[in-house]
Design a binder for this molecule. Structure first.
Ligand code: ZN
Length: 340
């Protein structure tokens, strides 16, 4: 089978297509023929080098496909079943895992980051990480959903505690996490203000349900948000951009509001005026990934048409270098899906 391998971190040329044996599933595992995978910003960090990534590494955190074979006589799956796979895995027995907070487990790993991932023709994976894919969700839609919707769900619902009537601000409304956050906030009855860098990106965010569209290259974002909210500010800011945006996130948050951050695509060394945090009692909350128990309900909402992943384009998995280039150009409108 063919797989993408990163033998050592570096530029896009370190993404190499290699031949490998099809993995032999263990008794508790399912062999899945991958039909679609997708790129996340995480893949850029992994390619450039993360201290906890074991190289050589197969990248890729999202995928969907069909069951090729099972070993166990009592498997819930049979050959040909359409499935998707959890982007994360954990020990399954610690107090965090048992409480459904598997992404707090000390042995929590993301496929394609701290373990081999899904940019491959086949993967053998523990059966408890494999879920039936509803017929109405395409392989590409599934692959474009798992990591970003799980991440956005924890940010908006678990940490942000969204309520009907809230006003939410989402940075980068056409990005994977941004477009998912907008749809989740709308689903819970919140109003969404978003900012992006072009009218094409804002059109995508509008389709997702954002009602106020701002251009962060030309608009005074904080002033516009204050004007839109009667000077109050927003109840929740969905932050994944970091250094370039965090001070504005703090300024636009209402008294008692929350900022939930899951990333720092523009840099992690952000400055905060702490006076805003304590005087206005703002909560700054960290978030990474989400509990695995949200995956099936999220996929059901996508199957029922309540939410829809935004896909920029599908490309061949073996053109992954082009996919990384597209993400780094900042011009993509949604997710890049890789077809093996
Ligand atoms: Zn655990």
């Amino acid at each position: 089978m063919k797989s993408i391998r990163i033998n050592a971190p570096g530029g896009i040329d370190v993404l190499q297509t290699e031949e490998a044996a099809i993995p032999e599933p263990k008794p508790n595992q399912v062999l899945v023929r991958i039909k679609a995978a997708s790129l996340n910003h995480l893949d850029i960090w992994v390619r450039k080098g993360l201290p906890f990534s074991p190289y050589p590494l197969t990248p890729g955190s999202d995928c969907a496909g069909v069951v090729e074979s099972t070993v166990s006589q009592v498997s819930n799956f049979k050959k040909g079943d359409r499935v998707f796979i959890s982007p994360g895995f954990s020990c399954g027995t610690c107090r965090f895992c048992l409480a459904g907070n598997d992404n707090l487990c000390k042995d929590y790993h993301i496929f394609g980051e701290s373990a081999d991932g899904f940019n491959s023709e086949f993967v053998a994976v523990d059966e408890h990480l494999v879920f039936p894919l509803p017929d109405s969700v395409s392989f590409s839609e599934s692959a474009a959903s798992t990591l970003v919707f799980l991440t956005a769900w924890q940010m908006v619902v678990d940490k942000g505690q969204i309520k009907s009537g809230d006003t939410v601000f989402v940075w980068g409304g056409s990005s994977g996490v941004g477009s998912a956050a907008i749809q989740i906030a709308r689903y819970f009855g919140a109003e969404v203000i978003t900012a992006a860098s072009s009218s094409e990106k804002l059109a995508v965010a509008e389709k997702c349900g954002a009602s106020t569209l701002l251009n962060y290259q030309t608009d005074d974002i904080v002033r516009e948000v204050k004007a839109k909210t009667g000077k109050r500010g927003v109840d929740l800011v969905v932050e994944h951009t970091g250094a370039e945006t965090l001070s504005r996130s703090v300024q636009m948050t209402a008294k008692g509001g929350k900022i939930v951050t899951c990333g720092a695509t523009t840099g992690w060394d952000a400055k905060i005026d702490l006076r805003h945090i304590f005087f206005r009692q703002i909560s700054l909350i960290g978030s990474t990934m989400g509990s695995r128990n949200h995956l099936v309900p999220i996929m059901k909402l996508i199957a029922n048409g309540k939410m829809k992943p935004v896909i920029d384009r599908e490309i061949s998995m073996w053109e992954i270098q082009k996919g990384h280039d597209l993400i780094e150009s900042g011009k993509t409108l949604g997710k890049i899906v890789l077809i093996p």
